[in-house]
Design a protein around this ligand. Sequence first.
Ligand SMILES: *Cc1c(COP(=O)(O)O)cnc(C)c1O
Length: 344
Amino acid sequence: MIDLRSDTVTVPSEEMRKVISSAAVGDDVYSEDPTVNKLHELVAELSGKEAALFMPSGCMSNQIAIKVHTNPGEEIITDGDAHVLYYETGAPALISQVMVRGIKSSDGMPDLDEVKRTIRPDVYYFPRTALLCLENTHNRHGGVILNQDYVVSAGKLAKENNMKFHLDGARLWNASAASGLSIKELCEPFDTVSLCLSKAMGAPVGSLLVGSKEDIKKAFKYRKILGGGMRQVGILAAACIYAIENNFEKLKLDHSNAKTFAKIILDSDLVTLNLDDVHTNMVRFRLPDSVIDTAFIEKCNEYGLILGALENNWIRAVFHLNISESDSIEAAEIVVKVIKDLTK
Ligand SMILES: *Cc1c(COP(=O)(O)O)cnc(C)c1O
């Protein structure tokens, strides 16, 4: 099966499994796992931050960052379609007891004048606005890369207003591979950044939160509170180190496969799609009105292709480590064939 639902479906390669099986381990609750400690050093260095902390998921990284930067009853600002707001089960309300104000945008970069107007003045009957949170690349906006000048300006605005600045960088690796900016440059404006290794980087499990020593010390405690203190977790950290050293450079291939796929289906004149909207490893296309998305997805399944439906007849295809160029071409041919079948 060619599975393009998400880049989270990647499975560890033989070589990664070998690295996992020979990893040196210790008890990470005592901070004694040498492989975890090595990963922390590697990612802190790569991101230009003082410290890094291994987390079992991207959600936990983001939510602990929110917890570190806020007090109960305060407020945070995000893009209206941010993962922390849309896909994290209301965790800011449950874990940090903060309100989230989402500002709608078309590209994950909410207008800064509107952000400014959304920040509460220092009056006793308002909650304090404590945190601004961005996402790069932006998942629900189709893997778009944030403009770095925008990011720097947003960071200045946060600082001027005594707010912290967090980045959900689940796919910051893709932003770096596509833009040529280093992870360090992309992380520089932020107080904290979460980075996922379980997406297109191909590790089975693992995210990291990076930031100052002080913030990561607080995060360490909250990770334990949430049940994220793990023991011989070096077997997972080894996979993450392997991913950084071997799979980071392969992301460009995912991006070119996404373009190849998009061009073929666009050439069929059967779908709505803008090639300029293919920024990294995601392609979104709209089916003709006469084709029902559920029927389309079911039929693609029969031909060995798994896709995900968005709203309004839009379909999403995500390219990753386990998808070759020929898979991408085959997937596009299946899409074209199925739409033709269903419109006959
Ligand atoms: C996948 C993802 C996360 C984290 O997801 P987990 O499944 O918890 O690892 C966070 N932010 C974005 C933008 C994501 O796409």
